[in-house]
Ligand binder design. Structure first.
Ligand code: 13P
Ligand code: SF4
Length: 339
């Protein structure tokens, strides 16, 4: 294990740390087989974890698909709570474990099921698309879910003139731009009392990702001044201004694939830091510029140590009340069916 990790990570993780992490990873992999478990790892996992224990790595959509296909008894989700919940929705009879209790998400925390019910009252009959970065009770109030990888396709699939798109303000604005829809944010201006009368095609919410919110067009201008031939990739949770000033925008996996298949003199990823390390480790011949010290505090909760404890003690088990589970699963399954 140590040799394998060293080959990939010698320039990224200090050697003394690699030795300790390799031992932990070997123990996790042994237990994983013993307990007939599968480990899913999001692209934001720190390098030593990302390159050692997951059976599958990927973005939210790919991991949801893998979760739907598994025949293992236990799914250990190395990601955040909404991702583990999505795996549970697709596998209600299996045990789904999240290694850290507190691995949340600022987007998931930005909206409640009651907020969605209020919006539905305000905009009756308008279908609700919910980003997977939400908790199960919010998904249960939705018609269909989407991820950053299929948001436009999901909105297009509805074939309706209007749509409620929750809760990411920036992703909604980016999708509105792509689909040519006029977007309103009913909670943005408290002086307005009758948003129903407004001319809208998309209704958004003011949630933001605390990580992607930090990147600015000034950052991009500064980097371009120093490296005019840089290729800049931004996640669609960045503001529309940042996305417009970048060269490529897509899900975490779409960004990884873009780096793999293009040959630019320099790359800059406007997303979570650990993913930058993972991409740099996989592409030693490519020059990855570093702008960020922006680690998602929620993804950061997931460590090899906690994953080992998780498998040893069967913790923390994801539980979703039956009535919520059925309705939320329908929204996720509809999304998976679209692709
Ligand atoms: P992806 O679905 O693109 O992996 O994004 C998930 C996420 O939480 C990004 O911040
Ligand atoms: Fe949530 Fe942002 Fe962290 Fe992704 S990076 S899990 S959207 S807080």
């Amino acid at each position: 294990m140590y040799a394998e990790m060293k080959a990939k990570l010698s320039g990224v993780v200090p050697d003394f740390e690699l030795k300790i992490k390799a031992e932990l990873a070997a123990e996790i992999n042994r237990l994983k087989t013993e307990k007939n478990a599968v480990i899913l790892g999001h692209n934001y996992m720190e390098p030593a974890l990302f390159y050692s224990i997951p059976d599958f790595v990927g973005d939210s959509l790919e991991l949801a698909r893998k979760a739907a296909q598994t025949d293992k008894d236990i799914i250990v989700f190395c990601g955040v709570k909404f991702m583990a919940e999505t795996a549970k929705l697709l596998n209600p009879t299996k045990t789904v474990l999240l290694p850290a209790k507190k691995a949340g998400c600022s987007l998931a925390e930005s909206i409640t099921a009651e907020d969605v019910r209020e919006l539905k009252k305000k905009f009756p009959g308008v279908p609700v698309v919910t980003y997977v970065n939400t908790y199960a009770d919010v998904k249960a109030e939705s018609d269909i879910c989407c991820t950053s990888g299929n948001a436009k396709a999901v909105v297009d699939s509805l074939g309706t003139d209007t749509v409620i798109f929750l809760p990411d303000e920036y992703l909604a604005k980016n999708v509105a731009k792509e689909t040519g829809k006029r977007i309103i944010f009913p909670t943005m201006d408290p002086r307005k009392t009758s948003d129903e009368d407004l001319d809208y095609q998309m209704v958004g919410w003011l949630g933001r990702c605390e990580v992607h919110d930090k990147f600015t067009v000034e950052d991009i201008a500064n980097v371009r001044k120093q490296f005019p031939d840089v290729t800049i990739l931004a996640h669609p949770e960045c503001s529309p201004e940042v996305v417009a000033a970048s060269d490529f925008s897509g899900s975490t996996t779409a960004m990884i694939r873009h780096v793999e298949k293009t040959n630019a003199p320099h790359y800059l990823l406007l997303t979570e830091c650990a993913m930058g390390d993972n991409v740099a480790a996989a592409n030693p011949d490519k020059d990855m510029l570093r702008l960020c010290s922006v680690r998602c505090p929620h993804m950061n909760q997931i460590t090899l140590e906690d994953t080992l404890e998780s498998l040893k003690k069967n913790q923390y088990i994801i539980e979703i009340p039956e009535d919520i589970l059925k309705r939320a699963a329908r929204a996720v399954e509809r999304m998976i069916a679209i692709g």
